[in-house]
Design a protein around this ligand. Sequence first.
Ligand code: EPU
Length: 419
Amino acid sequence: MYSLVLKGGHPLEGEVHVSGAKNAVLPILAATLLTREPCVIRRAPELSDVAFMARVLTSVGAKVRIQDGAITVQAPRVRGFGDYELVRKMRGSICILGPLLARLGEAQVSLPGGCVIGPRPIDLHLKGLRALGARITIEGGYVCARAQRLRGTSLFLGGRAGPTVLGTANVMMAATLAEGVTVIESAACEPEIVDLAHFLNAMGARISGAGSPTITITGVRELHGAEHEVIPDRIEAATFAIAAAATRGEVTLRGSRPEHYHAVLDKLVEIGAKVERRLGAVTVKGARRYRPADITTQPYAGFPTDAQAQMMVLLTQAEGISLITERIYESRFMHVSELARLGADITLEGSTAVIKGPTPLSGAPVMASDLRASAALVLAGLVARGETRVKRIYHLDRGYEKIDEKLRQLGARVTRVRD
Ligand code: EPU
């Protein structure tokens, strides 16, 4: 296992290129199972989650080639049976359920478990697929879905915490091959859903309204191969933007889409950082003093849950009391106790974190628990005086392409060491 060792207290300075979006490429890879023709996915980030998804596709019969940031998938024949251990390990692989069911009329995929960020049910995925006419049972830990041919209908996908991103993806993919018209109400509006819809339309699907809460899909008989370039990763961009502010440096992000992480940039400006947008580039400049903030995580276009932990690190440097309320995953606060080891003053009141600042941070060994918590610990290590060792960084490699290299380019003192 590897750790990152950081020597903090140095401002990040320079330019960084934003990679393709993990959460866009995973469902897009699943969508390639909808056709027997080859698909080429460009700007695919080099991440362990992406390699894992490639294994999932291979396990159902697809041929996958990864070369120079492009992934070619061809699935002339597929099996409707997702390997239990493989699918169970990565939640994103539940996205193969909709495509396999639509193409084959039956699919058996293992039920994904919860994870450290809280329970992660798939009831809304199943509700949507049932509305399209699938008969679904849970047997031996598998979701077993059957339907001669799915039928378009009008369905509502809103849940307790709002819309579901991967649930919308699953139902949208299944509906592309259904008979008739499907209308998804309370659909997720995330840019990753829009990107998936663009890819599906390039494959011959007829989808309109993606990016709004109402998505309309007119079913077609079959889909064909297509090429697609994945959108830039808005959470990676947000993470570097927050890191620039937290280290009081100046970082220019190249190749990102600032409109996709507007909520984060807006908060940075509100607390006192400078944000400058130019064509193709966003520059974030840190300030000496920061105002506190009150943040609630929300579905897109609200403040993303995936940038909450990173923002908490920055708010330890703000003068006064900041609040972060988590509305998507109410117990996504595993980073709080680790940040305390570095000297942060954060208390939890239900699903709200109360952050008292400014607190000087000082380096310590800390343990990463999930992807975004790991990113927060790295940011804290960049701010803290002395040495911080972030253990179990395999979480980080799931979702940040070459993060240590990119940070080094910005002047960070960071090394990857084997434990
Ligand atoms: N929910 C249900 N029932 C369902 C599905 C979801 O109640 O059937 C609830 C969840 O428990 C949660 C809320 O709805 O409270 C939203 O969950 P959602 O389904 O939108 O999450 P997801 O699609 O499983 C994706 C990202 C997550 C990101 C969330 C929210 C991927 C692979 N994952 O998960 O990304 O946090 O949307 O934006 O796209 C990450 O990248 O670190 C990460 C966890």
